[in-house]
Design a protein. Sequence first.
Length: 166
Amino acid sequence: MTTPSAGDLRNFAIVGHASSGKTTLSEGMLACAGVIGRMGNIAQGSTVSDYHVSEKHHKISTQTSLLHCTWMGKKLNILDTPGYLDFISEALAAVRVADFALVVVHAQHGIGVGTERVWKERALRRSVGRRARTLRAESVSVERADQSGAELQPGARRLAQRSGDV
Ligand SMILES: Nc1nc2c(ncn2[C@@H]2O[C@H](COP(=O)(O)OP(=O)(O)OP(=O)(O)O)[C@@H](O)[C@H]2O)c(=O)[nH]1
Ligand SMILES: [Mg+2]
């Protein structure tokens, strides 16, 4: 693979509350981009991102994983961060180096405290303007919408209300 130019790089952190679906989403990205032939899953401990023995055993992410793929001519550097508060330092460090954050929200549970902590960190960075030149946008992805009880519309509205300051 040729070295991509700076303009063709997209460095982003996937953040959100615990078990909102971040690792599954990043696994899907790798599958869609053809990096892997089929998606691994959390239950079998077969995802690319949760490779550590402890992550496979507990079925949660405990560290930030750096994943790569190419999509529509852009090289994506994906930082899949843990959502559990015990490991929040991993997520806070990731948003500091990422150009933008992709915030994953559980369709049933909505925004969790883990999401808010990382979101505030992001807002702080923005207000002091230290990364103003590299910050492009924040994106939100609502996951686990296939499960019963998922309320996409109200969830999205609450999210918009709560995140208006960011
Ligand atoms: N039904 C359904 N289950 C999902 C979906 N996305 C993730 N899950 C399940 O939700 C659980 C947590 O998914 P993860 O991808 O590990 O979530 P995470 O946000 O990476 O979790 P942490 O990194 O530990 O905070 C696993 O059992 C997944 O199989 C989805 O879209 N639909
Ligand atoms: Mg994870």
